[in-house]
Design a protein around this ligand. Structure first.
Ligand SMILES: [Fe+2]
Ligand SMILES: [Fe+2]
Length: 392
């Protein structure tokens, strides 16, 4: 019989949009909330403390996506890169086809290059890599969206083709980062690998209701968030003497940017053909807050691992509460939401809320920072870096 273990359970999703809800992602290190914990057997999906909405798109809306099949084929699928033109992880790693001496020299050079990077950098890079490695969770998420799911597993409609090929592109990200980290010798691979298994077993609950309107808003936001995050780990690698790792993170960031553009275009098209419901979906998603995909992260030791990892990422400037507000601003501008016309009453209310959100978030962020400055700095030990202590 498998031993019971603690898994974090997702917080209840509020759709009220009140300031407490908005503060969710503005958590500062010192105010990192304690997740409620509950013992469950093995690594089954975490139990839901609420009754989740699982099918919020009206069945008739499937037709919206059918009507966009041709558009998606002509506009979205060309944003994928053909396999033969794609980079592969091995392009950036010591060449295992070389004789042993040469291969070992390349590994040694890699280790020397990573030696200038601080331990706290590896906490963030491991967290980012684990997030990438939970790819099965994200593919299954896309394949639950009504109207665009891959019914057969090899369906030829453009939405299914996109999902499979997007997954295939993303699959290289975790592979490359994980192998690089393994060769660096800087991280405890057994706790890192255990964390990946925990995370895939736990899944994710980001409140998308299997609704592609919500889903494509979420993926637009997330791809931009990962673009920013990988871009910043690239910058820090360069600043700390590892140009190869800088290229690794940079090439991954450029994939995320391309994916971001594709998802943004999908929402842009939905705004054109169905403005009110798309505006409502953007608003609903923003009221819920965009939860990070690895929010159920666990290493077998630290029940607040995701909070602690996020706090280090915030402090190093890899992904911050300010970035969250910036992404909001960017999407409002990119989708021209302030000028959007043809909205019904509910759509107009949603437009007001969404367009005013970034300034409200920034005010909350300022207050949270002010509070954090008055508190004693905390530090936490991370199993990923051999239980060394890192300031949050
Ligand atoms: Fe990725
Ligand atoms: Fe991505």
């Amino acid at each position: 019989m498998q031993q019971a273990q603690a898994l974090r359970i997702p917080e209840h999703f509020s759709v009220s949009g009140n300031s407490r809800n908005l503060q969710h992602h503005l958590r500062t290190p010192a105010t990192a909330s304690k997740f409620r914990r509950q013992s469950v057997s093995a690594v089954a999906s975490p139990p839901h403390p609420y009754d989740p909405v699982t099918q919020s798109m009206a069945p008739a809306k499937v037709e919206v996506f059918r009507s966009l099949d041709k558009w998606a084929t002509e506009t979205i699928l060309p944003m994928l890169k053909p396999v033969e033109q794609s980079w592969q992880p091995h392009d950036f790693l010591p060449d295992s086809t070389q004789p042993s001496d040469s291969f070992m020299d390349q590994v040694q050079a890699l280790r020397e290059q990573t030696s200038g990077l601080p331990d706290e950098y590896f906490v963030v890079l491991v967290g980012d890599m684990i997030t990438e490695e939970a790819l099965p969770t994200y593919m299954s998420m896309l394949n639950r969206f009504d109207g665009v799911k891959d019914d057969t597993g090899s369906s030829s409609d453009p939405w299914s083709v996109w999902t499979r090929c997007w997954t295939a592109e993303e699959n290289r990200h975790g592979d490359l980062l994980k192998t690089y980290l393994y060769l660096s010798g800087r991280v405890n691979m057994s706790t890192v690998e255990r964390s990946i298994q925990y995370l895939i077993g736990a899944g994710m609950d980001t409140g998308l209701e299997n609704n592609p309107y919500l889903g494509f808003v979420y993926t637009s936001f997330q791809e931009r968030a990962t673009f920013i995050s990988h871009g910043n780990t690239a910058r820090l690698a360069k600043e700390n003497g590892d140009p190869v790792l800088a290229r690794v993170c940079g090439i991954i960031a450029s994939d995320e940017k391309r994916h971001e553009n594709a998802y943004i275009k999908i929402v842009e098209k939905l705004l054109e053909v169905d403005p009110t419901d798309t505006m409502l979906a953007i608003c609903k998603m923003m009221r819920k807050n965009i939860k990070m995909p690895a929010h159920l992260m666990y290493d077998g030791q630290d029940p607040d691992l995701f909070c602690h990892f996020s706090a280090v990422a915030e402090r190093l400037g890899v992904y911050t509460a300010g970035d969250y507000a910036d992404i909001m601003d960017f999407l409002v501008g990119r989708w021209k939401l302030e000028k959007l016309e043809g909205l019904g009453d509910s759509g107009l209310q949603a437009q007001d809320f969404v367009c005013g959100l970034a300034p409200r978030l920034r005010k909350l962020q300022e207050r949270a920072q002010h509070r954090a400055q008055k508190m004693q700095p905390q530090s936490v030990r991370f199993s990923w870096i051999f239980n060394k202590e890192v300031t949050l």
